[in-house]
Write a protein that binds this ligand. Sequence first.
Ligand code: HEC
Length: 118
Amino acid sequence: MRRGPICLITAALLVAGGIRAQSQNEASAVTADPAAVAANLQLALQQLPEGTGKQLTALACTRCHNLNGLPAYKGYWSREQWLTMVEAMVKHGAELNAAQKQLVTDYLNSSYGRSSDH
Ligand code: HEC
């Protein structure tokens, strides 16, 4: 059995319970249903492009919502803008230390950043 992710999901529920979505798009469809959280993680692991930081991004970023909206950002944001977004998610409650924020930002920037288009 995969105990690790389940523990993480349980912890996430405590956080996710207090969060309200402000937008109706899929990326911010906040969920507190454990089955949905597990499905979000599974989907992210299947759909996110390969690269350093993928696993961490999938784990840290699917606790409150799925990542189906991410491709819509592809090519638009600079690394600085990705970092700003990651920091906003940390303020919401995403659990990333300083080094992990950089890793996730690098992953998002190289997978969905301006230079990922070509
Ligand atoms: C603790 C809950 C939580 C976690 C964990 C979380 N988010 Fe969010 N996310 C939200 C909420 C709440 C919103 C909607 C409000 C907003 O856009 O700030 C949101 C919105 C978004 C949006 C849509 C933003 C927009 O302006 O349309 C994206 C993209 C996103 N999150 C990506 C991420 C990424 C990448 C991570 C991992 C670093 C992450 N989220 C982790 C709570 C979370």
